[in-house]
Write a protein of this length. Sequence first.
Length: 240
Amino acid sequence: MNTVREKIILFVVTLALIGGTAGAVTWLKAHQRLGAPGLKSTPVPGGVRRRVALPERVLDFTSTNLPEAQVVVDYLPRDTSFASRHYFAPDGAWAMASVVLMGADRTSIHRPDYCLPGQGWQIRDKTEVKLNIGGAQPYALPVMKWIVGKSMPTPGGGQQAVSGIYVFWFVTEHQTTDDFPTLLKSMLVHQLTSGVLQRWAYVSFFTVCEPGTEDATFARVKQLITAAVPEFQLPPATAK
């Protein structure tokens, strides 16, 4: 008898917790304010999307604007903002820069582990790196550097091994991180304590190279990033 009663009590408590959680989530959504982005941007008329202007020229790199792939636009929430550029150096070096800025729907920002593996790239090494960002308020920007690899078809019908350098980080107003769980924790704390939904952006740079040249390729990408960041990103609160 006691066992049946305990099961009933447990069932009622579980329902109450589920209902309370759903109510809390609903209340948070109804009372939350969307925070400011950590990127230099301007509002797009008619909604919460924003225009992020990646610089056209950086050092000796020129660039072309890249429209976001339709499959990405269709997959992510409608209030997601995008910016992409393909940078080219005179000596043939290149890198693609991409920005995904969330709106009121947090699902715009996802784990980086899903992107490249979904395109056939294998992650071979993950390293946290601090990049020294100059400008009026210098600071150390934490980024993740991934070395990835895959086999790609050659014109002759064979396969060739290639490596990729993928550098990414997350940024919101006054804060940067290279760790996705840290982003989620910060977002939750801000919602609960201030009612503000932080507006995070996912910034990445990607290029490919021959196996064995990863260090030299990263050094070139690093130069591009450190010169470009002050042009489109606001410094965090800890910048000195």
